[in-house]
Design a protein around this ligand. Structure first.
Ligand code: 13P
Length: 351
C-alpha cells in the first residue's frame, strides 16, 4: 500500500468545502424507494436513475466523492461511458460500499451486526482495479430499552476496524460509518451518551487494528433527539451537542468528519451542518462535511419519477442540494437559498 496516496484521498474527500454523495443503496433499499413513488424496480431503472445522478451538470463543483454499490460500479451510461469514467472526468473520486448489510445479531434481540469481512481482502483488490479509491462500511446502533449493549457496540466497532485496516492494505481510504439511528423516544442527552460511547470504542479498535487515522473519513450520525421524543431541541442546541460529543471522542489526526443524513430532510440536514460550521469552524481540528444519500437525492428522485423527460429538472434539484450543502460547510447556508431552486440566475450551470 502507498500510505501517502490513501492520506491524499482522504484529504481530497473533504477539500474545497466539498462533500460526498452516497448513492450506494443496496438493490432492496433502492427498490423500496422506487416502489414508494411507483417507479419500476428493476436493474435498468436503477441504472437510469444512477446515470441521471452521475451526469448532473456541475456535480463536481461541490461533490468530491460518490459512493457506488456493487451493481453500479460496473454500469455504464446509455452512450457506453462507464460510470467510473464519467465520475473521474467530472473530478469526482469513485468509492464503493463493501459491507454486506446489517443483520440481526445472535443473542442480542433488537440489535444488528454488520457482515462482510469474509473474503473482503479479495473484493477490495477487485474494487481497486475497477477504479474505486475509497470504501464504505456502515454499522448500525439502535437506542432502546436496555440497548445498545456492550456486546453489540464492541462487535460492530471491531468489524469496522478490521474493514478499515484491510482497506488501507488495498490502497483504499475507508469511510468508517457507525450510525446511531434516529428512531425512538430517546433524548438528545441519551443520543450524545451513546454516540460518544460508540465513537470511543470505534477509535480504540481502529488503534488496535493499526489503522492510520490520517487516511480515514469518519461518517457519524448527528447527535439528535429520537424522532418520537417529545422534546426536540433547536438547531443551535443540536449543533452544540454534536460538536461537543465529537470533540470528546474523535482524534485530531482524522482529516474529516462527513455526516450521514439518517432520514432528516434535505433542508434540516443543511441547516444543522451550517450551524455547526458557523459556531465551531475555527475551533475544530477536522473538516466538518457531509456524506448524504437521502438529504441530497430525495427531491431529485421525487421529480425524476423514472421518466427521461424529467431528468433535467431532477438534476437541477440534485445540484441545488449539493450547492446548499457546500454553503453549509462554509457556514453560508440559509433557508433563503431554497427559494432559488429554479431561479436560473443563481447557478451558472442551469442558465
Ligand atoms: P443517508 O444520508 O440517507 O442516511 O445515507 C447515508 C448513507 O450512506 C447510509 O449508509
Amino acid at each position: 500500500m502507498n500510505t501517502q496516496d490513501i492520506i491524499d484521498t482522504a484529504k481530497a474527500l473533504v477539500a474545497d468545502d466539498k462533500g460526498l454523495l452516497a448513492m450506494d443503496e443496496s438493490n432492496p433499499t433502492c427498490n423500496k424507494r422506487f416502489a414508494a413513488l411507483g417507479i419500476p424496480q428493476n436493474e435498468e431503472a436503477r441504472r437510469a436513475y444512477r446515470e441521471m445522478i452521475v451526469d448532473t451538470p456541475g456535480l463536481g463543483e461541490s461533490i468530491s466523492g460518490v459512493i457506488l454499490f456493487d451493481e453500479t460500479i460496473l454500469q455504464q451510461k446509455k452512450d457506453g461511458t462507464p460510470f467510473v469514467k464519467a465520475l473521474n472526468d467530472a473530478g469526482i473520486i469513485p468509492g464503493i460500499k463493501v459491507d454486506l448489510g446489517a443483520k440481526e445479531m445472535a443473542g442480542h434481540p433488537g440489535e444488528k451486526i454488520t457482515e462482510g469481512l469474509d473474503g473482503l481482502r479479495d473484493r477490495l483488490t477487485e474494487y481497486f482495479k475497477m477504479g474505486a479509491r475509497f470504501a464504505k462500511w456502515r454499522a448500525v446502533i439502535v437506542i432502546g430499552e436496555g440497548i445498545p449493549s456492550r456486546g453489540c457496540i464492541d462487535a460492530n466497532a471491531h468489524a469496522l476496524a478490521r474493514y478499515a485496516s484491510l482497506c488501507q492494505e488495498a490502497g483504499l481510504a475507508p469511510i468508517v460509518e457507525p450510525e446511531v439511528l434516529m428512531d425512538g423516544v430517546h433524548t438528545l442527552e441519551q443520543c450524545c451518551e451513546v454516540t460518544e460511547n460508540v465513537l470511543r470504542t470505534v477509535f480504540n479498535q481502529l488503534y488496535l487494528q493499526r489503522v492510520i487515522l490520517e487516511g480515514i473519513i469518519l461518517k457519524p450520525n448527528m447527535v439528535l433527539p429520537g424522532l418520537s421524543c417529545p422534546e426536540q431541541e433547536s438547531v443551535d442546541e443540536i449543533a452544540d451537542a454534536t460538536v461537543n460529543c465529537l470533540m470528546q471522542a474523535v482524534p485530531a489526526a482524522v482529516p474529516g468528519i462527513a455526516f450521514l443524513s439518517g432520514g432528516q430532510s434535505g433542508e434540516l440536514a443543511s441547516t444543522r451542518l451550517n450551524a455547526m460550521n458557523v459556531r465551531f469552524k475555527s475551533r475544530m481540528p477536522w473538516a466538518l462535511a457531509f456524506s448524504f444519500a437521502r438529504a441530497i437525492q430525495q427531491p431529485a428522485l421525487e421529480i425524476w419519477q423514472g421518466k427521461e423527460i424529467n431528468v433535467p429538472k431532477a438534476q437541477q434539484a440534485l445540484y441545488h442540494r449539493t450547492k446548499c450543502n457546500q454553503a453549509a460547510r462554509r457556514g453560508e447556508y440559509n433557508t433563503g437559498l431554497e427559494k432559488h431552486i429554479y431561479d436560473n440566475t443563481v447557478y451558472k450551470h442551469h442558465k
